[in-house]
Design a protein around this ligand. Structure first.
Ligand SMILES: [Zn+2]
Length: 81
């Protein structure tokens, strides 16, 4: 009788811990993916005009684009190799 109750409790705890770990791993994976996307956008595609401060999205292959607001050529940071 005692053994049965303890076994059931242990199983419930084991199940809860396993589900908790799975849920945590899922959250961590989602968090990592989100961070990687943000990093990619800020590093490769987001430029900012040094003259008027207008931020803009630039093509990855371009190294300089015209500012959409004042028309000045702005250099875009090169993506990391
Ligand atoms: Zn500008």
């Amino acid at each position: 009788m005692w053994f049965g109750i303890e076994f059931k409790d242990g199983f419930v705890i084991y199940l809860a811990v396993t589900l908790g770990c799975l849920f945590g791993a899922m959250l961590f994976d989602e968090y990592r993916r989100e961070r990687r996307q943000k990093w990619k956008v800020s590093e490769d595609r987001l430029g900012r005009c040094p003259d008027c401060g207008q931020p803009f999205i630039a093509e990855r292959t371009l190294t300089s684009v015209l500012c959409p607001r004042c028309g000045r050529p702005c250099s875009v940071r090169k993506p990391r190799a």
